[in-house]
Design a protein around this ligand. Structure first.
Ligand code: ADP
Ligand code: MG
Length: 688
C-alpha cells in the first residue's frame, strides 16, 4: 500500500494536475519531489481575498478583482509589441469602470487571453490621463480559456509567497504546492514535537496540518497558529542540539581550576584602577565555574568599553595559579597584538611568560604560560597543549566551532567567550542556549563623557579646526570611512582620498592610514605609531571597529554615517571615551535627509548599547540581527518569531524532557528527531 511517507518522495511528474511545463520550471528551482515543495515554506503571504464590492482603486495597495475581458489589442512601440486587455469588473462594485491590463513586450499574451474570458487579477492600479492601468498583473483564468481552473489558486484567497526570484516561478511553485497538498491529504508526515504539544494553544494541530495551513491558510488566525507551531518545532530542534551538546561537554569532564591568589594578588595591586562591581561579579562567576570539575562554557557579555579584557586576564591568571596554561584568541591581528601588548604590560612584571602567534607573526616562547593570537593559534600544537582555559574575544560563532574542535581532540578546557554585540535577551537564549552568561552592565566611573552629534558633510572644515585643537592639546582622533577605493557606484568617500585631504587639513600634525588591504606588518606598524602617539589622526576603514583600545583618542569623525547600521556606529564610537577626557563623536551625513537624521538621533541621545540594539531590532527585524550575529544565514526559517521568548523557553523545556527520557534519541518514536539533530550537528551547520 502506498503510504504518505512514500508519496513525499514521489517525483513531481507523478502528481496529478501538474503540467510538464510546471514540472520543468520547478526542476529549474531545484525542486524535484513532493517533499521539496512541502518543505519550501512561504516567507510571507498576500491577502488576495476579493471584495466583491470594491471598485478599481488607485490607492497604491495591490488588490484582487474578478474581471471580464471586453477588448484585447497588441500595440507596437518601435519593434516591441505590448499586449493590452481591457476588462470590466464582474462584481457589483465596479459598474461602468474599465481597466487596462498591460503586458509590456509580451505580444504573445494574445494567445492566452481573449475576449469574454473571466479572470481574477491581482496587482497595483495606476491612473494615466484618466485611464486605469494594471501592469503585468498576476492573473488566473476562471472561465473561457485553456488554463481554466474553476477554483482560484493564486487569487481570491490568502496566497503564499515563496522565497524565490521572479513571478513565474512563484506561480509555478504555488500551483505545485496546491496540487501536492490536494494529493497528500490529512496526515502525511510524522510529528516532530512531542504529542503533548497538540493541547492548549496548539489544540487540534499536528505537523501535517500546520504545513498545509502555512501554504494555504483559510484565515489569519489559522495561519498565525500554524506558523507558531512550526516555529516551536524549529526551536525544539535547535534546543535539542544545544541541550545535547551541553550535556556532552559536561560528560567529557574538565579540570578544576582553583587559584591560590599567588598571581592575582600582585596583579590587582599593580592594576592602575579598581574593578567595577560588575567586573568583580563577572570574575567571581567565572572563577566559580573554573573551580568546578565540569568544563566552563561561559559568555562574558558587556558593552564596548565595559572592560572585558581585564576580567579575562584575571581568569587566565587563575588558570595559571592551578598549574594550567591559558590561550586568548582574537578575531583580527590588530586585536591579537593589542592584547599581547596589554598582557606584556600587566602580566610580565608578575613573572608570567606571554607569546604571540598570528598568521604572519610569532613572538615569545612556544611554551609560554599564556598564548595570544588569532585562530592560527588553534592549529599550533605547542601553543594549545596543556591549555586549561581558552578565552575567545569578540567572536561567538568562532567560539562554538572552536570549542567543538577542542572537545574533538579529547581536551575539554574551560571556555570563555567575550562579546560586545548587544543581543537582546530573547535572542541570546537562542544563540547561546548552551552558554552561561555573565554581563558587565556598568562602565568604569573614571570615564570621560562621549558627546555625539549628527552633522552635515559640509561642516567638515569647522570640524577639522576642532580636531586640530584637540590634537594641539595632546589628544588623538579617528577619521572613519566606509570604503577604501573611490567607487562611482556607491558614491562613498574613500579612505585613501580622505587620507590625502585630511593630511592637508591637519598639517603639520601627522595623519596615518589604516585599511584592510594593507599587509599585516604595515597595519601593525601604523597601529603602533598611533598607540604611541606618533600618529595624531588615523584615517581608517571599519577595521578599527572591533576592540581597538587607545584611551588617548578622544575624537571620532565618521564619514557617510548614513551608510552604517546603528549597532555598527555604536561599536565604532566605542573606540573613544576610553580615557578620562571628554570625547566627541561626529556622524557626518551627506544630505539633510530627515529619515537618516531621525534614525541616527538615537546615538545622540544614548550610549546604551542595549537600547540601540532594540532600536535596530525595531527597524530591521530580528532576522537581520541574528543573521549578523551568526555571520551567516540564520538556520531558522521563522526567525521573525524569535522575539517570542515564551516559545523558546517552551522549546527548551520540551527538549530537556525529551532528552531526560531518551538521552541518545534511540527510541523508535524519536527516529525523526535523531535525523534532525544529526543534520543540525553536521560541521557545515556548526559554521552557520
Ligand atoms: P571592552 O569591554 O570593550 O573590550 P576593554 O577591556 O578594552 O573594553 O577596556 C577598555 C578600557 O578601559 C581599557 O583601556 C581598560 O584598561 C580600561 N578599564 C577596564 N576596566 C576598568 C576600570 N574598572 N576602571 C578604569 N578603566 C578600566
Ligand atoms: Mg575588547
Amino acid at each position: 500500500m502506498e503510504t504518505s511517507e512514500t508519496i513525499l518522495h514521489q517525483s513531481l511528474a507523478e502528481v496529478p494536475g501538474l503540467t510538464s511545463r510546471i514540472v520543468k520550471m520547478l526542476a529549474k528551482e531545484g525542486m524535484l519531489t513532493v517533499m521539496d515543495v512541502v518543505g519550501l515554506l512561504p516567507f510571507r503571504h498576500e491577502d488576495r481575498r476579493r471584495k466583491e464590492t470594491a471598485a478599481f482603486h488607485t490607492g497604491g495597495i495591490p488588490g484582487s478583482h474578478a474581471v471580464k475581458v471586453v477588448k484585447t489589442q497588441v500595440r507596437f512601440f518601435g519593434r516591441a509589441g505590448s499586449f493590452e486587455a481591457i476588462v470590466e469588473h464582474s462584481g457589483v462594485g465596479g459598474l461602468g469602470q474599465q481597466l487596462t491590463l498591460r503586458w509590456w513586450n509580451m505580444p504573445f499574451m494574445s494567445k492566452t487571453i481573449a475576449i469574454d474570458m473571466e479572470l481574477i487579477v491581482y496587482g497595483r492600479i495606476k491612473e494615466f490621463k484618466g485611464r486605469l492601468f494594471m501592469d503585468h498583473p498576476e492573473y488566473e483564468v476562471i472561465k473561457g480559456g485553456e488554463e481554466e481552473g474553476g477554483a482560484s489558486i493564486h487569487n481570491d484567497r490568502i496566497v503564499p509567497v515563496y522565497p524565490l526570484r521572479g513571478g513565474l516561478a512563484q506561480k509555478a511553485v504555488r500551483t505545485a504546492s496546491w496540487h501536492v497538498m490536494e494529493r497528500l491529504g490529512d496526515r502525511f508526515t510524522a510529528d516532530i514535537l512531542p504529542p503533548t504539544t497538540g493541547k492548549g494553544e496548539f489544540a487540534g494541530l499536528h505537523r501535517s496540518r500546520a504545513l498545509h495551513t502555512v501554504h494555504f491558510p483559510a484565515n489569519e488566525e489559522e495561519l498565525n497558529q500554524s506558523r507558531r507551531y512550526l516555529a516551536l518545532e524549529e526551536f525544539y530542534g535547535y534546543q535539542l542540539r544545544v541541550v545535547r551538546r551541553r550535556r556532552r561537554v559536561h560528560e567529557a569532564g574538565g579540570r578544576s581550576h582553583r587559584g591560590d591568589g599567588s598571581f592575582l594578588g600582585a596583579f590587582f595591586k599593580e592594576l592602575p584602577f579598581e574593578l567595577t562591581a560588575a567586573q568583580s561579579r563577572s570574575l567571581r562567576e567565572i572563577q566559580a565555574d573554573m573551580a568546578s570539575a565540569l568544563p566552563m562554557n561561559r559568555l562574558l557579555h558587556g558593552d564596548v568599553g565595559s572592560g572585558k579584557t581585564v576580567v579575562a586576564l584575571a581568569a587566565m591568571l587563575t588558570a595559571l595559579e592551578s598549574g594550567s596554561r591559558a590561550a586568548l584568541m582574537a578575531p583580527t591581528q590588530i586585536l591579537a597584538e593589542q592584547h599581547y601588548l596589554t598582557a606584556q604590560k600587566w602580566l610580565e612584571p608578575l613573572g608570567v611568560t606571554v607569546s604571540l602567534k598570528t598568521g604572519t607573526l610569532k613572538t615569545g616562547a612556544e611554551s609560554a604560560q599564556i598564548s595570544i593570537g588569532t585562530h592560527a593559534l588553534l592549529h599550533d600544537r605547542g601553543c594549545m597543549s596543556d591549555v586549561g582555559l581558552v578565552v575567545i574575544d569578540e567572536q561567538h560563532k568562532f567560539g562554538v566551532v572552536q570549542r567543538a574542535r577542542l572537545i574533538e581532540k579529547g581536551r575539554t578546557p574551560d571556555v570563555l567567550v567575550m562579546t560586545a554585540t548587544p543581543i537582546p535577551r530573547t535572542l541570546s537564549l537562542t544563540i547561546y542556549g548552551d552558554l552561561d552568561v555573565s554581563t558587565i552592565d556598568e562602565r568604569p566611573k573614571s570615564r570621560g563623557k562621549v558627546i555625539t552629534k549628527v552633522r552635515l558633510q559640509k561642516k567638515m572644515a569647522e570640524a577639522a579646526g576642532f580636531l586640530a585643537e584637540q590634537i594641539a592639546s595632546g589628544r588623538q582622533g579617528y577619521l572613519v570611512f566606509p570604503l577604501i577605493e573611490d567607487s562611482e557606484k556607491v558614491d562613498a568617500a574613500a579612505a585613501k582620498k580622505g587620507f590625502a585631504e585630511w593630511s592637508k587639513l591637519l598639517a603639520p600634525h601627522t595623519v596615518g592610514l589604516l585599511h584592510g588591504k594593507m599587509s599585516a606588518v604595515e597595519k601593525e606598524s601604523v597601529m603602533r605609531d598611533f598607540r604611541e602617539g606618533r600618529i595624531h589622526a588615523l584615517v581608517s576603514t571599519t577595521v578599527v571597529e572591533v576592540g581597538v583600545d587607545v584611551p588617548n583618542a578622544t575624537v571620532m569623525y565618521i564619514h557617510n554615517a548614513e551608510r552604517f547600521g546603528l549597532a555598527q556606529l555604536h561599536q565604532l564610537r566605542g573606540r573613544i571615551g576610553r580615557g578620562s577626557h571628554t570625547s566627541y563623536c561626529v556622524l557626518f551625513v551627506k544630505d539633510d535627509d530627515e529619515e537618516v537624521r531621525e534614525r541616527l538621533a538615537i546615538l545622540e541621545e544614548t550610549d546604551d548599547g542595549f537600547q540601540i540594539a532594540e532600536e535596530d531590532l525595531k527597524r530591521r527585524g530580528p532576522g537581520d540581527i541574528l543573521g549578523r550575529a551568526q555571520s551567516g544565514e540564520a538556520p531558522l526559517q521563522f526567525a521573525e518569531l524569535l522575539a517570542d521568548t515564551r516559545l523558546v523557553r517552551l522549546a527548551r523545556q520540551l527538549a530537556e524532557r525529551t532528552l531526560n527520557a531518551d538521552p541518545e534519541l534511540k527510541e523508535p518514536r524519536h527516529a525523526p528527531l535523531r535525523k534532525l539533530v544529526q543534520e543540525i550537528d553536521s560541521p557545515q551547520a556548526m559554521l552557520q
